[in-house]
Ligand binder design. Sequence first.
Ligand SMILES: Cc1cc2nc3c(=O)[nH]c(=O)nc-3n(C[C@H](O)[C@H](O)[C@H](O)COP(=O)(O)OP(=O)(O)OC[C@H]3O[C@@H](n4cnc5c(N)ncnc54)[C@H](O)[C@@H]3O)c2cc1C
Length: 388
Amino acid sequence: MTHEPRILISGASIAGPTLAYWLVRNGFRPTVVERSPELRPGGNGVDIRADSVRIAERMGVLPRLRERATDIRELTFVDAADRRVAGMSTRTFNADGDLEIMRGDLAQVLYEATADDVEYAFGDSIAELIQRPDAVEVTFDSDRQAEFDLVLGADGLHSRTRNLAVTPEADALHHLGVYFATARVDAELGRPHSVTLYNTPGKVAGVYRSGTHDTATAFFAFRASRTLEVDHRDQNAQKDLLRDYFDDRDWQVPALLDQAVADDGFYFDAVSQVRIPAWSNGRVALVGDAGYCATLLSGAGAALAIEGAHLLATELAAAAGDHRIAFRRYERTLRPTVLRAQRSVRVSSAMLIPATGGHIRLRNQLTRLMVLQTLASRVYRPVTVRAA
Ligand SMILES: Cc1cc2nc3c(=O)[nH]c(=O)nc-3n(C[C@H](O)[C@H](O)[C@H](O)COP(=O)(O)OP(=O)(O)OC[C@H]3O[C@@H](n4cnc5c(N)ncnc54)[C@H](O)[C@@H]3O)c2cc1C
């Protein structure tokens, strides 16, 4: 590449804006295309840990992230009468200096840190992508056409970039047999500073209530022994499905459900990991959930998106225009961390969504005896690629 490389990033959530920031810092001028007409709000708290804290600090956004951080202190397991049966401090998962922030707040802060230097095109998407030896020809949904030297997919679990250029979705996604939904609800439904969880066999309903926010978020997860036919973009079908699964009248499930399905920011998806043999193909590479989603059960999605984006930009700068070297180094460095995060979900799914009544009682007992805390702190804390 003798000219300044033209780089397209698809997706403006966590990985996309972080990647854009570090590309700009390294002298590139990326463009970001985001399918949604505006920045997508929503989601529960996500953890910023270890290297991702240092990266956020170097981006100058750490003070703003700390201002908007949540103040959750405990995971509280309750029974049908709303009595606390066991609990776990959030310090189990986070070390000093780590922080938890609502996903939408994190996306907003990262976007604001880049909006002056990066061109964002909202409400559009890559429709077609043709790789030539010297460039990538992109046609957008809006029919606009343009050529780029590199296309970087930060477009999440159902990445279109991945599907078009790297691995078809059917081969990339590995469903964990769990479905998840979340939406905003009234703060009064939650316990202050707590993530409250109510389990029945194979199901959990819960409320996430941070004292630094006016509203709480409800979440629901359930195990299904077969794959459910539900379009990840058909919200009405998803809401019906959720109601079918949570038809019990226990605890405050009906109130949470009523409010959740009425919220515009309702989010539902099959909990799936992205496991693909290579994170790039030619001039196209993937970052964040698009390339290596570990799922929300790993608690590492945001940290891996930030660390991956920073690493990819750094390697592109270091390789002085040879994207093949950069993509190879990026993947080789990050893959072991991703695999560790992906493996960790076995512990969290057993802990958060025990499959039987016996498993629920065992989980509560192990929590009271502090056994699960010891295990969880070993499994979750080390999300470190290398010193930033
Ligand atoms: C609305 C929402 C709610 C979430 N809630 C939670 C949660 O509660 N807990 C949790 O742990 N994780 C949640 N996640 C996932 C979490 O954000 C990621 O695991 C992690 O932060 C990695 O982020 P990412 O930027 O790689 O991917 P994502 O955060 O998934 O972002 C992908 C972005 O790409 C955009 N996009 C998708 N397709 C296209 C396309 N064809 N063209 C252009 N843009 C496209 C999406 O609109 C989105 O903005 C949520 C994600 C979203 C989008």
